[in-house]
Design a protein around this ligand. Structure first.
Ligand code: HEC
Length: 191
């Protein structure tokens, strides 16, 4: 059985139809969708409050360490707590470990296409097939993100990032761009 909504490769015109069929009925009370949204909310809230606190106290250079340490730590803890695989990914990752798998890349490209066509946040993707459930939610770029992901990054911040991330591609963003996505997946078939 396969149920999905959101974006699929080249499925632009189909999208409205898929949404119509599924959102009203079965998906409305799909527990995994609610759980996915809840995990994303917790991840985003925790990370952003740690980020903002450190930016205020120690400045952006110190906050690079928060993103480096806290993001993977929060993701692992939420994974342990929920039994889902909780991660962040991007078409232009800073950390190569966050590089998308092929199926995630397709969905991220779908988000880009939707945004280019004028769709507004939140952009979400939900799919259940063969015992696997996948939930992706696009992450928008806010002003605070530009300190480390924007066009102009202060020298000391750029150096701090370069020291830890020699393969960094996560620069040059503007407010409103899609920075990446939260990815929540369950593999019920192997449990
Ligand atoms: C203080 C610098 C800093 C700020 C500010 C910052 N980030 Fe990052 N960001 C990083 C670092 C460092 C990483 C790599 C983390 C890792 O190793 O997983 C990262 C990684 C990410 C990733 C994971 C994908 C990737 O590129 O590896 C996303 C998504 C992301 N940031 C989004 C944001 C958003 C959205 C904001 C604003 C709300 C933001 N960041 C603000 C430094 C920053």
């Amino acid at each position: 059985m396969m149920r999905r909504f959101g974006t699929t490769r080249g499925a632009g015109p189909m999208l409205g139809i898929v949404l119509l069929i599924l959102t009203g009925s079965s998906l409305a009370d799909e527990p995994r969708l609610e759980q996915g949204r809840d995990i994303v909310k917790r991840f985003a809230t925790e990370l952003q409050s740690a980020l903002r606190a450190t930016m205020a106290e120690g400045g952006p250079t110190a906050a690079v360490g928060v993103c480096k340490e806290q993001a993977p730590t929060i993701a692992s803890r939420l994974s342990r707590e929920t039994g889902a695989k909780v991660a962040r990914t991007s078409l232009k990752p800073r950390n190569p470990r966050n590089a998308p798998e092929p199926w995630q890349r397709e969905i991220l490209r779908g988000f880009e296409q939707q945004a280019a066509a004028g769709a507004t946040m939140p952009l979400e993707y939900f799919e259940q097939a063969d015992g696997d459930t996948r939930y992706l939610r696009a992450i928008g770029t806010q002003a605070v993100c530009l300190t480390c992901h924007g066009e102009k990054i202060a020298d000391e911040v750029r150096e701090a990032i370069a020291a830890d991330y020699p393969f960094d591609r996560a620069r040059g963003y503007s407010v409103g761009d899609i920075r990446g996505a939260f990815s929540i997946t369950w593999h019920d078939s192997v449990q």
